[in-house]
Design a protein around this ligand. Structure first.
Ligand code: 5GP
Length: 237
C-alpha cells in the first residue's frame, strides 16, 4: 500500500490518499482543540492512544454487527480505512447529562437519563456545529430518512456495546459523538474515531473525568487520563 498525497488536515487527524482510490490512510496527531478551535494545545501521546483505541473498539463493533470504515492498523499512528463520503452530521448519544446538554436544558451534570438519547448537529465549523433535527437534515439533503433510521439504529447499538464494554473496565460511558459515511454503493458505515477525544468517560467509582474534558476545562492530568483509559481497555480487550 503506497501512501500518497495529503488530501486533508483536520484538527486531530490528517488524511492521505493511497494507490487504491477506495482506501485512505488516516494519521492521528497529538494536537488538541476545543470550543470550535478557540482553545488549542497538544496532548503528548494522544494520537497513538486514539488510533489504537478507535481501531480496537471499531473491530469490536464490527463483530456486534455495526459496519465500520476500519481496514487495518498500519503503525502506532496510522490506519488504513475505506474511503467514504462523510454524512455531515455529528451523531451524539447521551446516557448521562453533561456538556452542552446540561447547559442548554439546565439539567445538572451527572443526571442519569431514563433511556439513551440520540441527537444530531450539523457538521459545520463556521456555524459552530448547530443542533438540528432529523426533519432539518432531510430537508437540507444531508441524509435521507432511511439513512437516518440506519444511523440511529447503529448509534444505539454502539452505545449498548460500548457501555457494557467500558463498564467492565470500571468506566462509565457518559456520552459520545459518532460520524458516519457512505460507501460508493450507498452503504452506511461508522467512520471517524471513537476515543477520549470524542467520548466522555468517567471512573465508575470516583467519577473522575478520563477524557478530553480534562483539556477543555484545564483540569490537568490530561496525558495521564488518556493513558489510564487505554491501559484499562487493553486489560479487558
Ligand atoms: P457536548 O455536546 O456535550 O459538547 O458533547 C457531547 C459528546 O460529543 C462529548 O462526548 C464530546 O466529546 C463529543 N463531541 C461533540 N462535539 C464534538 C466535536 O466537535 N469534536 C469532538 N472530538 N467531540 C465532540
Amino acid at each position: 500500500m503506497q501512501k500518497g498525497e495529503q488530501l486533508y488536515e483536520g484538527k486531530a487527524k490528517k488524511v492521505f490518499a493511497t494507490d487504491d482510490p477506495q482506501r485512505l490512510i488516516v494519521s492521528y496527531k497529538d494536537d488538541a482543540t476545543a470550543f470550535n478551535g478557540q482553545k488549542k494545545g497538544t496532548i503528548a501521546g494522544k494520537g497513538a492512544v486514539n488510533n489504537r483505541m478507535s481501531n480496537l473498539l471499531m473491530q469490536r463493533l464490527e463483530q456486534a454487527g455495526v459496519p465500520t470504515h476500519f481496514i487495518e492498523e498500519l503503525n502506532e499512528r496510522e490506519t488504513l480505512v475505506k474511503r467514504v463520503e462523510i454524512v455531515p452530521l455529528e451523531v451524539i448519544v447521551r446516557n448521562i447529562a453533561a456538556g452542552s446538554f446540561s447547559q442548554r436544558y439546565g439539567v445538572g451534570e451527572g443526571v442519569v437519563f431514563r433511556e439513551p438519547t440520540v441527537e444530531f448537529s450539523y457538521k459545520n465549523d463556521a456555524l459552530g456545529d448547530p443542533l438540528l433535527n432529523a426533519g432539518h437534515a432531510v430537508a437540507m439533503g444531508l441524509a435521507t430518512e432511511s439513512e437516518l433510521e440506519t444511523i440511529c439504529a447503529y448509534a444505539l447499538r454502539v452505545d449498548k456495546e460500548l457501555r457494557e464494554f467500558w463498564a467492565g473496565c470500571g468506566v462509565t460511558l457518559v456520552d459520545f459523538k459518532l460520524e458516519f459515511g457512505r460507501l460508493p454503493d450507498g452503504t452506511i458505515v461508522l467512520a471517524d474515531e471513537i476515543s477520549p477525544d470524542t467520548c466522555r468517560l468517567w471512573d465508575s467509582k470516583t467519577g473522575e473525568k478520563l477524557d478530553k474534558d480534562r483539556f477543555r476545562r484545564d483540569l490537568g492530568g490530561v496525558e495521564e487520563a488518556y493513558r489510564e483509559v487505554m491501559e484499562r481497555l487493553l486489560l479487558r480487550i
